[in-house]
Design a protein around this ligand. Structure first.
Ligand code: ADP
Length: 282
């Protein structure tokens, strides 16, 4: 027998009260090899999915597109926005290419028992000069409350000024965490957090336990040239948090690595050896 609408909503209210939502952004550098176009780290997918399943209850997964998204966006210059009808077939193809990554990863999530459900930002978001202007999140909220795990990734979305524009997974994750009052916002990538310099380029780089958004200049001074080396990658995450900072004050925000198994688990279980950088807002 179908449950009455009232019955369902009271069950959902109980579910909502009990759980702390985590929005986790899985970086493109984690799911793909960014140095090789169109290369997934397929062998890692099940391991990542298993760790997610074991570590988190209520979650929204946002994924980067890495070497599946950046090459076609660059090749077809899609970052410029709408320039004429002749580029629309390339936009169509790019979306399908990214979908291959999405689908492969979602299959790994399902194999580990995660009720993954794909949502497409291009069907839900309207941007204005690359900033989210409208985001219809009600379907995400409702399926989340029923126990589904929404999965979204970076996408190309309609833009009131540019026709279309790139919408990054980092921004989508920060937006959702702020709108849905998430308990945690986790950026999982291929390095253990924010270092004093890019750790791939400087082996003396030191992992920072915590950075304060209000305090970035001071931090740069203390650590010497600290943030001059931050590429748009790490800077993009900090910027995404900064946009929504007023609504993220009660959300714990961290950057960590999921390249090796166990780090997410260690962070969630508050183990001493967990490695991550916490982003404080004030
Ligand atoms: P993702 O695709 O996983 O979201 P990005 O590739 O955009 O992540 O950003 C992560 C990368 O940023 C790391 O692989 C690292 O090489 C680079 N990076 C640059 N500067 C820093 C820094 N100061 N601390 C940590 N990583 C940095």
């Amino acid at each position: 027998m179908a449950r009455s609408a009232h019955g369902v909503s009271s069950i959902l209210a109980i579910v909502r009260d009990k759980m702390g939502l985590t929005v986790i952004k899985l970086g493109g550098s984690l799911l793909t090899d960014k140095s090789k176009p169109y290369t997934m780290r397929k062998e890692k997918f099940r391991e990542i999915a298993r760790e997610l399943k074991e570590s988190l209850d209520e979650m929204i997964i946002v994924h980067g597109v890495g070497s599946y998204g950046h090459p076609p966006v660059k090749e077809y210059k899609l970052y410029r926005g709408y320039t004429g009808k002749e580029n629309l077939l390339n936009l169509s193809k790019t979306q399908s290419i990214v979908f291959e990554l999405r689908l492969e990863f979602v299959r790994a999530l399902q194999e580990e028992g995660i009720n993954a459900m794909i949502f497409l930002p291009s069907s839900q978001i309207v941007a204005e000069e690359m900033k989210i202007k409208k985001f219809c999140i009600e379907p995400i909220k409702r399926f989340l409350e029923m126990g589904m795990t929404p999965v979204l990734g970076g996408d190309i979305v309609a833009d009131t000024q540019m026709g279309y524009s790139v919408c990054s997974g980092d921004v989508i994750a920060a937006y959702l965490a702020s709108e849905l009052n998430a308990e945690k916002l986790i950026f999982a990538t291929d390095v253990e957090g924010i270092y004093t310099k890019d750790p791939k380029k400087d082996k003396n780089a030191k992992l920072l336990k915590e950075i304060n958004l209000e305090n970035m200049d001071e931090l740069a001074r203390l650590t010497g040239s600290a943030f001059t080396d931050v590429t748009s990658g790490m800077a993009g995450k900090i910027e995404a948090v900064r946009i929504y900072k007023d609504n993220l004050k009660d959300t714990e925000i961290v950057i960590l690595s999921m390249l090796g198994e166990g780090n997410l688990r260690a962070y969630v279980k508050r183990m001493k050896d967990a490695k991550f950088t916490k982003i404080k807002i004030n």
